[in-house]
Design a binder for this molecule. Structure first.
Ligand code: AVJ
Length: 325
């Protein structure tokens, strides 16, 4: 997003710029031969709350593993941080997982959560007010980073947190580029705490993204609902079906929305009419899964040094502490 928004009071001009950008992304994405929509658009207010529900599903162990590691090792992690530190979190959501670490650090602390969901950030600010001075940023990751690091105090270092395996949503090549950009926004002494979901049993991965309760399906289909609401489209959600696939070559789960029938959809605000053949899909998200060795290589290729790593045994997931090298 190009708008520089602080807090959650967007002006009308910023709102309409965001709608135009959404419309243009939808137009470009649906013009491709494999139709696609960017996964960041899954997180409107309803989508964010559906994702929050996903984190409670027994089949989706990822978030609980992440939180277990942060809770169990909060003191270890805190002991490895620079003495004067401020925290930036990319894609914080409500920031629940971060509480343990903020508490373990103890001293008065500036915390900059960055997220696309203003609602989640409002809750985050409320919930964490007792453990940090919260400065919410409704911005893209790198814009928010620039905003936060501009407030660096003398002798202060930043810890950037990128939890929940959100890095897995990037194509592997884009993850590399993104981490390099992130590195460029930091200084020696700064650190990155990055969570990554590990490759595990195929059926376990698949059911985590295709739960029998149907919450993930609702989360995925809501993207079409959002296009109806914000871009005046006429998607019939019942004529689409949620699909999760394991892509073995790319080691990633892909979510798709499969058209059940031949159909035509009108998206007024994008001035677009789209045809779907029965069985054709819109690709809405990739969640790449990692090998431990791959994570160390990723650090090295992007200008970081591995400081420590913690792995959950019940749900293979790795928390990685890297330092700017
Ligand atoms: C929040 C991006 C890590 O990819 O596992 C959950 C999002 N999508 N179920 C993930 C998600 C479907 C999640 N991340």
């Amino acid at each position: 997003m190009s708008t520089q928004v602080f807090g959650w009071s967007k002006t009308e001009a910023e709102d309409s710029a965001a709608v135009r950008e959404f419309a243009s992304d939808v137009r470009n994405g649906l013009a491709k031969s494999q139709k696609e929509l960017h996964s960041k658009y899954l997180y409107d207010e309803l989508g964010s709350s559906l994702f929050e529900s996903i984190t409670h599903l027994p089949e989706y162990g990822l978030t609980r593993a992440d939180e277990r590691l942060l809770q169990r090792h909060a003191r270890d992690i805190a002991s490895l941080l620079p003495s004067r530190v401020a925290i930036i979190e990319l894609g914080s959501g409500v920031g629940q997982k971060t509480r343990h670490l903020l508490q373990a650090i103890g001293n008065p602390l500036r915390y900059y959560p960055i997220d696309v969901s203003a609602d989640a950030l409002a809750r985050c600010e409320r919930d964490l007010a007792d453990v940090a001075e919260v400065h919410p940023l409704v911005q893209s990751y790198l814009d928010g980073m620039a905003r936060a690091t501009a407030e660096r105090q003398p002798d202060e270092s930043f810890l950037v947190m990128f939890l929940g395996s959100t890095i897995g949503n990037f194509e592997r090549k884009c993850a590399l580029e993104f981490l390099r950009d992130l590195r460029r926004a930091l200084l020696p002494g700064d650190m990155l705490l990055i969570g990554a979901d590990l490759v595990k049993d195929r059926d376990r991965m698949l059911v985590a993204y295709d739960d029998p309760t149907g919450v993930t399906g609702a989360f995925n289909l809501n993207l079409l609902g959002r296009i109806n609401r914000e871009l005046g489209a006429d998607f019939r959600l019942r004529d689409f079906e949620h699909q999760a696939r394991w892509n073995e070559d790319q080691r990633r789960i892909e979510m798709h929305l499969r058209s059940r029938v031949d159909q035509t959809v009108r998206i007024a605000e994008a001035d677009l009419t789209v045809n779907f053949r029965a069985d054709e899909t819109i690709w809405t998200e990739s969640s790449h899964k990692f090998q431990l060795s791959e994570l160390d290589a990723l650090a090295e290729q992007t200008g970081f040094r591995v400081e420590d790593q913690w792995v959950d045994r019940d749900w293979p997931f790795a928390e990685n502490l890297w330092a700017v090298s």
